[in-house]
Design a binder for this molecule. Structure first.
Ligand SMILES: [Mg+2]
Length: 224
């Protein structure tokens, strides 16, 4: 991990599935929301959620969907596929409210943060709500590592769009892209966009995929 810090002055860290375990956080949030609303969720809800959520976030990253639209249709689509008759939009509000307070770390994430701390400047780069990510990182005890949080809802563009990175570097005029290392689990949102921008890349290949795309200059399978 430390090899890839040669010549690097700052890191851009993704949050979900890089520092915080989104699968575990989403699982907690959906069951809590279902309890509060008195809805029974079948076993396949989690896998259906990730399937549809990933599709919708993919569209959002490409600028084909707004965050508002995503929230208004997401759980309705999941419920339709599961045969559940409930108000998807109301469930999304409850789910998002519960997700706001989830903070399950990825295994080894603190060891990564400790290794980076003091060696490089650290920034969050995340596609999400700023308030939610600040709250979750705070609850996880990770907020103090970061100089600043760059989050898509404040910036107005998601990763991997060029405008997202333009906004980051506008606030960091002393840094050049090649002095920054992007660390994230998503090829489509973290790694390909950063690489195209001239930022160095470290792919957190959490799922140990065999195929390594060229845009992933460094690959790490575990933070431990
Ligand atoms: Mg991620």
């Amino acid at each position: 991990m430390t090899d890839c810090l040669d010549g690097i002055k700052a890191v851009f860290l993704d949050v979900d599935d890089t520092l915080l375990d989104f699968e575990k956080c989403a699982k907690e949030a959906m069951h809590e929301a279902a309890d509060r609303l008195g809805i029974a969720l079948p076993e396949q809800t989690e896998s259906k959620f990730h399937e549809i959520n990933d599709q919708l976030w993919g569209k959002l990253q490409q600028g084909q969907l707004t965050p508002e639209k995503l929230h208004s249709i997401r759980w309705g689509m999941i419920f339709a596929e599961l045969g559940i008759e409930a108000d998807g939009e109301a469930f999304d509000r409850m789910f998002s409210g519960c997700l706001f307070d989830t903070a399950v770390p990825v295994d080894g994430a603190f060891s990564l943060l400790e290794r980076l701390n003091g060696r490089v400047r650290m920034f969050v780069t995340s596609n999400a709500s700023f308030d939610e990510q600040r709250n979750r990182l705070g609850k996880a005890g990770m907020l103090q590592y970061f100089e600043k949080l760059f989050v898509s809802d404040r910036i107005g563009f998601p990763k991997p769009q060029k405008e997202f990175f333009d906004a980051c570097f506008r606030e960091l005029p002393e840094l050049r892209p090649e002095e920054v290392l992007m660390i994230g689990d998503s090829i489509s949102s973290d790694i390909s966009g950063a690489y195209a921008y001239g930022i160095r890349t470290c792919w957190f290949n959490k799922k140990k995929k065999r195929e390594i795309p060229d845009c992933a200059e460094w690959v790490v399978e575990s933070w431990e």
